[in-house]
Design a protein around this ligand. Structure first.
Ligand code: HEM
Ligand SMILES: [Ca+2]
Length: 305
């Protein structure tokens, strides 16, 4: 139902406008590309790709545990929406703006280009409970992450290729640093961690008296470039989260399967990029609202009155 030329008659300049605003935002702060990419993941896994993550309020998804003090980029979405509205008022949904902005973020980070399918409409409600339950955490097993992906129609290959989103962006120390000191209550760091990374992160993210909001790169050797370095890191024991590292090493049952894919992507950048695009298109297709369902929000933060 979604189509690449959905806005050709009604807002032909939407691509140019979004591209320009993403470019501007990245000039100001490169990391914003990663933040926008993550927003699409967190939007699509909760009520489908319907812009529900943009809604403000006490019951918002923004205040769910995986997003609170963590999800970012909302001001950039507001800026893009304002620019799009001034060119074609009431035509382009916030959900579609995010989809285009995400593609542009990946492309402008040196990643692949692709044609995005459009025609999503914006949802009328946020789902904070859904955000708390559907989004994966950094200490979850691959099996548990796979279950969450399967329930939105994605598979194990999608888990591995989309985890490659961690090729750009950063994480706060507080969400992962116990792994570097007291891994799952063992009193010791995760033994899979490569030694230079271990001392580096222990220094940057101390377990006591540290600033849990300090950030470190997810892809320690290539933080701003959209490439396959993330997978090479995993093979070298340099994954930041246990959930990343377990795709390549460890004693989980699924690791044998995911490691084969990690090796493939580490070996062939193009294969990673091709699979990432396929998985992104699948993810952006999760239960869109179309036709007369939902609405075209005037302001991404609130439903229309
Ligand atoms: C597979 C399960 C996943 C887990 C457990 C996970 C977990 C996390 C965590 C804990 C953070 C850091 C949060 C913080 O510092 O507050 C993060 C950041 C990020 N995630 Fe994931 N993630 C997963 C999948 C994905 C997917 C599918 C994508 C996109 C395709 C993605 C893209 C990102 C990006 C780009 C960032 C950095 C954001 C920024 O710098 O602002 N993640 N993720
Ligand atoms: Ca990278």
């Amino acid at each position: 139902q979604l189509r690449t030329d959905f806005y050709s008659p009604s807002c032909p300049n939407v691509f140019k406008i979004v591209r320009k605003e993403v470019q501007r935002a990245m000039m100001n702060e490169m990391r914003i590309a990663a933040s926008l990419l993550r927003l699409q993941f967190h939007d699509c896994f909760v009520n489908g790709c319907d812009g529900s993550i943009f809604l403000d309020g006490d019951d918002s998804e923004k205040l769910a545990i995986p997003n609170r003090n963590s999800a970012r980029g909302f001001e950039v979405i507001d800026t893009i929406k304002t620019a799009v509205e001034s060119a074609c008022s009431g035509i382009v949904s916030c959900a579609d703006i995010l989809t285009i902005a995400t593609r542009d973020s990946v492309l402008l980070s040196g990643g692949p280009n692709w044609k995005v399918l459009l025609g999503r409409r914006d949802g009328l409600v946020a789902n904070q409970t859904g955000a708390n339950s559907n989004l994966a955490g950094p200490t979850e097993t691959i099996q548990s992450i796979l279950t969450k992906f399967t329930s939105v129609g994605l598979n194990l290959t999608d888990v591995v290729s989309l985890s490659g989103g961690h090729t750009i962006g950063s994480s706060r120390c507080g969400v992962f640093n116990t792994r570097f000191f007291n891994f799952s209550g063992s009193g010791a760091p995760d033994s899979r961690i490569e030694e230079s990374m271990l001392s580096d992160i222990q220094n940057t993210c101390p377990s006591v008296n540290g600033d849990g909001n300090k950030t470190v790169p997810l892809d320690r050797n290539s933080v701003d470039l959209f490439d396959n370095q993330y997978y090479t890191n995993l093979l070298n024991g340099q994954g930041l989260f246990a959930s990343d590292q377990s795709l390549a090493t460890g004693n989980e049952t699924l690791t044998a399967t995911t490691r084969t894919i990690v090796e493939l992507y580490s070996d062939q950048n193009q294969r990673f990029l091709d699979d990432f695009v396929k998985s992104m298109i699948k993810m952006a297709n999760i239960s869109p609202l179309t036709g007369t369902d939902g609405e075209i929000r005037n302001n991404c933060r609130t439903v229309n009155s």
